[in-house]
Ligand binder design. Sequence first.
Ligand SMILES: Cc1cc2nc3c(=O)[nH]c(=O)nc-3n(C[C@H](O)[C@H](O)[C@H](O)COP(=O)(O)OP(=O)(O)OC[C@H]3O[C@@H](n4cnc5c(N)ncnc54)[C@H](O)[C@@H]3O)c2cc1C
Length: 509
Amino acid sequence: MSYRVVWFKRDLRLHDHTPLAEAARAGPVLCLYVVEPGLWAQPDASARQWGFVRESLRDLDRALKALGARLHVRVGDAVDVLARLHAQQPFSALHAHEETGNTWTFDRDRSVARWCRAQGVRYREWPQTGVVRGLRERDGWQGRRDAFMALPQVVCPSGLVDAGSVDQPLVLPDASSLGLREADAARRQRGGRQEGLAVLRSFLESRSHRYRGGISSPLSATTACSRLSPYLSHGCLGVREVEQATRDQLASLPPDAHQQRLGLVGFRSRLAWHDHFIQKLESEPELEWRNLHRAYDGLREDDWSDERFAALVQGRTGWPMVDACVAMLRETGWLNFRMRAMLVSVAAYPLWLHWREVGLWLARQFVDYEPGIHWSQLQMQSGTTGINTTRVYNPIKQARDQDPQGRFVRRWLAALRRVPDTWLFEPWRMPPDTQARCGVRVGVDIPVPVVDLDAALREAKARVHALRARPDVQAAEAEIVRRHASRSGRREQPSRRRSAAEMAQQELF
Ligand SMILES: Cc1cc2nc3c(=O)[nH]c(=O)nc-3n(C[C@H](O)[C@H](O)[C@H](O)COP(=O)(O)OP(=O)(O)OC[C@H]3O[C@@H](n4cnc5c(N)ncnc54)[C@H](O)[C@@H]3O)c2cc1C
């Protein structure tokens, strides 16, 4: 029997799934998910991500069963799994979505393509976002992305003929058998398309009026933001279906729904950034591990400090807003944009840590880890792209602006609950008699900051600005703009060293 294999990766849904629809049109299919121990052994993988994927796979299997098929799960190296399947029962084609992942998945996809060529198996891949494969420069990209988003969604087949047996139960390994030792996040979002659709509905219909103005503070952001990121990153929802649902919701709003309209327009621009940032990694896979602007090589690498990194990871920097964010991230696997940017900024400037290790730690924390967005943002917030404004977040100012009553900090840091408002954001300055009155000992119950914030910020900014001012560094920026910068808004000039859209992004949050 001739059949096609549909290989699910970061596209855990049946709706708007071209590889599945095309395979089903041609005849029997085998829907495959490969649990790859090599992938889960990478330093950016974590139990919380696997927990989310596991739930999504169960949901996917249920959806396939309703169509008369099932999800076939194999554990192993993708090429070995495909070779075994092919030896048992040869298939004519392998269908998949294009993936912009980390270096490991990039290499794996190339190995799979080589294996297909050698076996005479047709390997077909389709895009699932506005990211364009093989793009050499950014001119014209936005138009191509918009055209993709305007295409009709691909309808899910109404029935499937499974090329294998359908009455097997779904068996999925647990995190520990994949060697994932860090604990799952106790209060993370649950995986699966059904969960994702419910989150999408609640955002479009009732929460989006709080998006504009609500997404910067970590207090309001948990409900004001869409919270769609893990469903988009693991493909439980497609970007195109979310974009079109938003467009339709906007069209149906009554004229006086100003706040909701502003919210949905802002949200739609974030969906465009989703593709804009992933395109950077697609066009330049090396930005996962080396500075986008090579003149920044050596800026921080040799000054690595285990002590400063440990303080950050353990949430013991001494700056309450930073430590509270780390506590929330540990427990929920999510933070809003501004707080993510603040964590990276604190790591890069006052703590003067190179972004790669910091990025790996954060990647493991994020349930929604999306390599293209993640590594581009890590470099942008660390000031190593050469084309973005150097934005340095002061964690004490952020606390005052985003948590003026200290509710967020007190919620996540139990030791600070009895500290009076006056000292809450700089508790290490508390006089001894105040410490005694509120029963909190600086240096014992709460940490003293690892570095002097003002002095460390001053020195860090001076070092980065000195580098940016060098003519040879500025001269090299034009090429980075050509390949990566946004063309929306006025066309940016290399000499201005910033992208209009990226500036807008920095300012909006
Ligand atoms: C250092 C750093 C690392 C990040 N790592 C990731 C990551 O691994 N995965 C991830 O999905 N997002 C990442 N982001 C972007 C952003 O913080 C999250 O997308 C957002 O917080 C997710 O919550 P939400 O879905 O409620 O966002 P919303 O504000 O509701 O946005 C909707 C969607 O738009 C996209 N989006 C939003 N903001 C951005 C942005 N600035 N750049 C690109 N796309 C955006 C996401 O897909 C998001 O789900 C990172 C940001 C920073 C500063």
